[in-house]
Structures are given as structure tokens and as C-alpha cells.
Design a protein around this ligand. Structure first.
Ligand SMILES: Cc1cc2nc3c(=O)[nH]c(=O)nc-3n(C[C@H](O)[C@H](O)[C@H](O)COP(=O)(O)OP(=O)(O)OC[C@H]3O[C@@H](n4cnc5c(N)ncnc54)[C@H](O)[C@@H]3O)c2cc1C
Length: 599
């Protein structure tokens, strides 16, 4: 590979004819794995990314504008199908289409789930994937900086440096500025007797904690997968990246009934000619939880019934591909408040905004240095609801298959039953969070952490440029609805604390007159959306239980193919998920290199 000194390629003809590894998707997981594999200069890797490189636009780099890339050309602009459980609404689901993937669009919260979240992965049969096995990889991915003295003094933030890494690549640091009404929320949580963790990253992310963000503390800019795992390695001659190329399918060969992935086909647009590139060792799927299963299906790896309905020849009948889709359900309860300074000042007062932008640019602090969401509550059911026993009674009398799609394959039903039993077992546990509550100047952003509902991804046609059919199945299971209704009620308990009452809150959404369970259910159905955390569509687990990959992340029934992205999560952890994606990808890279550390 002497032709190119590790550069970004723009013409198909610049590519080598083969690479050791071809990585499909240059997002969080893809860039991580590509980076680690090319630490060995004898190994060649090509990353194929459908999106472009960003140009350091303010809405990408400045924390206070985080999320601004949603809806732009850097977003796939997908939507979940109209959902009868959501008053027939179609909820949009942004996904990064850009080098860096979701880590260029996201709100930069950089936290971890609790021990139990990952120990459940192991309990589902995935040995080496529990908390103690993943902790070294959480550490490996990050470069942690404790909060600065001013913000510690102001908020009494505590950290546990023993659970953090300092020689990884993703910056994990604290906002140097926090919007002042957060103090009221912190005080309200204490007033309610809710435990605040020393450091949410230590495996006890339940109660509340000050969270890190994926932010470079030196200049208060976003630390994305591109910044972390790619920019400093552009000169590696064995690492190639081609952008604006969509992988259209995997190239496979069959011999004596054994199927091997030998490369990938890709194209710049629907109309342009297809090119191919070979993989000597493996193709590594990192296209994210909504696209990885679609690409497998278009390549003939999936449910033969689905594949024949879209005129794709089945090569490996793996019905679980695209099933087990889970996503955190979001719901906003909104109060107006009276406070001297809130984030609204940035939009209502142009002079203030200009001054704060100047402060950010000169001293890297102030509101623009804050991506918001600095203090998070992750609450066990027992903490936020008195209906836990009743919900548990309903859960344990349910037949696990009742609310799943009628065409759910039998092995997926078996796997779901195991998940369902584990979720029930931990439903009332004090060390398992069910509800996230994020405070945003009077708005409570709720996130349902362990949904019972399961959706799917299905290629909608054999055309790779047609978006896949995505069904989140949000609230199909009435347990999810009940758990969110209880969340809305709980926000009113928070609002009644003296700490929040001091802000003269007035509930706007759903409004104080909405009190009965039926009315609250209507509110939830009419307003629920997504926290942008789809996972699980090529889940790790036994094939007989709907697993698509084994615990080495190899796809069943195919040689030379692994999945390393959020698709492999068997269950959602109670956290924002990017740091888990990085940890999984770090572990995946070590598995591929044969140097996994399993505690
Ligand atoms: C708007 C938004 C806000 C979020 N907020 C947070 C947050 O605050 N904190 C947090 O922890 N997490 C957050 N997340 C989630 C987090 O960013 C994602 O979970 C994470 O990026 C997923 O990593 P991945 O590698 O699985 O996929 P991605 O990072 O999405 O990467 C997949 C890549 O594959 C590319 N691709 C897809 N199909 C093809 C194809 N056919 N050919 C070539 N390339 C392809 C995509 O363009 C993309 O670049 C947020 C996500 C979004 C979208």
C-alpha cells in the first residue's frame, strides 16, 4: 500500500484493490475500530462513509449549539413509521451521515450505565460483556479531565478518577459553565432524598450525578469520533477513508455451502456506477443500528420471507436481522419559570448572545461552552413511583409475546422472553434506573430507559438508496406507557419542592388540569418522541435466541463478517449510549486483534 500516505480518497480509482479490513460506516464505532486495527502498520483498513467530512461549522463544534446538525445534509433524516400507539404519529429519528456519525450530531452527554445494565448482557449468555469486562474499555476510550476549580466550588461536583482513563482519545470533561437554575434542580433532588453518586461513571449511575461531556476542555469544543480517532491519524499510510460513498451491498461467495463475505459494493449515488473493493480478512459493519441490518438484508442475509418480498435472493436465512429494535422514549414536561438567567436569554437578547459568543471565543467559557444536561437523574421505579408493585404485577402476568409484531420470528420470541424475564426481575430493583430526568430551565426531559416494546428495521425495497422501514414500536407494550405516565406525575413532585417552587413554575405541558391516568396517557401518546438511541437490531446472543452475532461479534452463518456498532447491544443500558458504543468498539478491536482482556 505505498501509493497513498493515509489520506482521504475522493476517487474510486484511488483505492487499493483490496484491504485487510473494510469498515462500513465512519461513525463512532467504525472510526474506533479502524484506528485500533491500523496501530499495526502491517494491517490495511479502508473506511467507506456515506456522508461527508464536516467543515468545522459552529453548530458542530460549539457545545452550546450542539444538535444543530440535525435536519441538515449531515443527517440521514429518517422517520419511524406512523405508530398507532403514538396517536398515529411518525417520529423523526436523526442519524449522522457524516464522518464521525452520531458523534457530530449528538448532545455530547458522555455517561455510562450501571453495573446491572451490562451484567444483564452477560446474563443473557454473552460472556465477557458484563460491567467488569467493559470497564477497561470505557477507560481505554477516554481522556478524562476533572472539572475546573470554579465549577467544583460552585456545584460541589465530585469525581472518582479511578474509574476513568487518561490516555484514550475521546475527551471526557465537564462543562465550564452550567445554567444557574440547575442549582434549583440539584437542590430539589436532594430535598426528595434522592442519592447523588460520587461519579456516575463508576457503575452506580442511579440516583443522580454530574455528567461528563465529550468535550475538549482546552478549547471547549466537541470531541467527536472524527476528532478523537481519525484526525490525528490521517497520516497513517495503512488507513484509508473514502467519503460520500454508500455501501450498497456485501459481496459474498459460496463454496460447499459455506458463505464468505469477500468485499463490498458501493456507489456515490443511486444513478452512479457501482464499484467494489475486496477485504482480505473481514468486512466490519459499523453503519449504525438502523443501516447495518438494512445492508445485511440487501446482501441476502436476513429473514427469507422479507427478502423474497423485496426480490432479494436469500444467501443466509437469519430471521433475527433487524429485529429487537429498542430506543429510549423521550417525553418533555414543560413549565415556565421565573429566573434572572436561563438559556432563553440567548435567543431573546441579541446583545447578551453576542457578548457570550465573544466570551466563548476568547476564553472558552460561558453558555456557549455548555451543551446542557449537566446534572442527570436516573431513577429506579421505586424512587419515582408508588405504582411499582401494581406495574410489576401487570408485568409478571403478561405473556411476553403479546405486544410483539405478529410476524416476529420464533427465535426472536425466545430471546425476548429471556429479556422480558430479566427486565421483570429488576423492575423494582434499587440499582436499576427506569427513568431519566434531565432538567432544562423548567422543562423536564424524561427518557424511558428499559422499554419493553420491540420494533424492527426492514429494507423497504431492494434499492439501497431507499430508506429502510423503521418501526420503533414505541409504547406498544402498555407497561411502557404506565412507566412514563408515572414519570409525568413524578415531575410534579419535583416541581412542588421548595427549590423548584422558588422559580414560580407554571406547568404548560401537559398543564395542571391534565391529571387522570387516561388524560396523561393521551398526553404521552401525543407527545412521546426519541432520545436518539436506537440499538439491538443485530443483537449479540445465541442464534437460537435471536442473536445475529456471537460474543466475538461474528455474524452467524457467514465467514469474514462482524458487526461492531450499536446494533449489537442486546438491551439498552440506562444512559446516553455513545460512551458504551466506544467501549464496545474498543473491545471489538481487541477481539479482532486477538488481545481481548476479559475480567
Ligand atoms: C441527534 C442525536 C443526539 C444524540 N445525543 C447523544 C448524547 O448526548 N450522548 C450520547 O451518549 N449519545 C447520543 N446520541 C447517540 C450516539 O451518538 C450514537 O449512539 C452513536 O453515534 C452510534 O454509533 P454507531 O457507530 O453505532 O453509529 P453512527 O455513529 O451513527 O455511525 C454510523 C455511520 O455509518 C454511516 N453509514 C450508514 N449507512 C452507510 C452505508 N450504507 N455506507 C456507508 N456508510 C454508511 C453513517 O453515515 C454514519 O456515519 C445521539 C445521537 C443523535 C443522532
Amino acid at each position: 500500500h505505498p501509493a497513498f500516505r493515509g489520506r482521504i480518497l475522493s476517487r474510486d480509482t484511488d483505492l487499493l484493490s483490496s484491504y485487510d479490513y473494510v469498515v462500513v460506516g465512519g461513525g463512532a464505532s467504525g472510526l474506533t475500530v479502524a484506528n485500533r486495527l491500523t496501530e499495526d502498520s502491517n494491517v490495511t483498513v479502508l473506511i467507506i462513509e456515506a456522508g461527508e467530512l464536516d467543515h468545522g461549522e459552529d453548530f458542530i463544534t460549539i457545545p452550546g449549539l450542539a444538535g444543530g446538525a440535525i435536519g441538515t445534509k449531515y443527517d440521514w433524516n429518517l422517520t419511524y413509521v406512523a405508530n398507532p400507539s403514538l396517536a398515529n404519529r411518525s417520529v423523526s429519528i436523526p442519524q449522522g451521515k457524516i464522518v464521525g456519525g452520531g458523534t457530530k450530531l449528538n448532545r455530547m452527554v458522555f455517561d455510562r450505565g450501571s453495573e446491572l445494565d451490562y451484567d444483564r448482557w452477560e446474563a443473557l449468555g454473552n460472556s465477557g460483556w458484563g460491567w467488569s469486562s467493559l470497564l477497561p474499555y470505557f477507560k481505554k476510550s477516554e481522556i478524562f479531565t476533572p472539572p475546573n476549580a470554579d465549577i467544583v466550588a460552585e456545584y460541589n461536583i465530585t469525581t472518582d478518577t479511578s474509574v476513568h482513563g487518561t490516555d484514550g482519545y475521546v475527551h471526557s470533561s465537564y462543562s465550564p459553565f452550567i445554567w444557574p437554575t440547575m442549582k434549583n434542580f440539584v437542590a430539589a433532588i436532594a430535598e426528595l432524598g434522592i442519592f447523588t453518586s460520587v461519579d456516575g461513571a463508576s457503575g452506580n449511575a442511579y440516583g443522580a450525578y454530574f455528567t461528563q461531556h465529550s468535550q475538549n476542555p482546552a478549547n471547549a469544543t466537541r470531541s467527536s469520533a472524527r476528532d478523537a480517532y481519525y484526525n490525528n491519524f490521517v497520516a497513517r499510510s495503512n488507513l484509508h477513508l473514502i467519503t460520500s460513498r454508500q455501501v450498497t451491498k456485501l459481496v459474498t461467495s459460496s463454496e460447499n455451502g459455506s458463505v464468505t463475505v469477500t468485499g463490498v459494493e458501493f456507489a456515490e449515488s443511486s444513478a452512479s456506477a457501482r464499484s467494489t473493493v475486496s477485504a482480505n480478512m473481514e468486512v466490519i459493519m459499523a453503519a449504525g443500528a438502523l443501516h447495518t441490518p438494512q445492508i445485511l438484508q440487501l446482501s441476502g442475509i436476513g429473514d427469507s420471507t422479507l427478502l423474497s418480498s423485496i426480490n432479494v435472493t436469500t444467501i443466509v436465512d437469519l430471521p433475527a436481522v433487524g429485529r429487537n429494535l429498542q430506543d429510549h422514549v423521550l417525553l418533555a414536561v414543560v413549565n415556565s419559570i421565573t429566573a434572572p438567567l436561563t438559556a432563553a436569554n440567548l435567543t431573546s437578547n441579541a446583545t447578551y448572545a453576542a457578548e457570550m459568543l465573544a466570551l466563548y471565543e476568547s476564553e472558552y467559557t460561558g453558555p456557549y461552552a455548555c451543551a446542557t444536561g449537566d446534572f442527570l437523574a436516573f431513577l429506579p421505579v421505586s424512587t419515582y413511583s408508588t405504582a411499582g408493585e401494581a406495574i410489576y404485577a401487570e408485568a409478571t402476568t403478561q405473556d411476553s409475546s403479546t405486544y410483539l409484531a405478529s410476524d416476529t420470528p420464533s427465535e426472536v420470541l425466545i430471546g425476548y422472553e429471556a429479556q422480558f424475564n430479566l427486565l421483570n426481575q429488576d423492575l423494582l430493583a434499587d440499582n436499576s434506573a427506569m427513568l431519566e430526568v434531565l432538567w432544562d430551565d423548567g422543562a423536564y426531559i424524561l427518557g424511558l430507559q428499559h422499554p419493553y416494546s420491540r420494533g424492527y428495521v426492514k429494507a423497504a425495497s431492494s434499492d439501497p438508496f431507499t430508506a429502510p422501514l423503521l418501526d420503533s414500536a414505541f409504547l406498544h407494550n402498555p407497561l411502557d406507557l404506565a412507566l412514563l405516565v408515572e414519570g409525568v406525575k413524578f415531575t410534579r413532585n419535583i416541581t412542588r419542592t421548595s427549590a423548584i417552587a422558588a422559580l414560580s413554575p407554571v406547568e404548560i405541558l401537559p398543564g395542571a388540569t391534565v391529571t387522570t391516568d387516561a388524560a396523561l396517557e393521551d398526553f404521552v401518546r401525543s407527545n412521546a418522541a426519541t432520545v436518539y438511541h436506537p440499538v439491538g437490531t443485530c443483537k449479540m446472543g445465541a442464534q437460537a435466541e435471536g442473536g445475529v452475532v456471537d460474543e466475538e461479534l461474528k455474524v452467524y452463518g457467514v465467514n469474514g463478517l462482524r458487526v461492531v456498532d450499536a446494533s449489537i447491544f442486546p438491551l439498552l443500558p440506562a444512559t446516553h449510549i455513545q460512551s458504551t458504543v466506544y467501549a464496545v468498539a474498543e473491545k471489538a478491536a481487541n477481539i479482532i486483534k486477538g488481545s481481548d482482556i476479559t475480567a
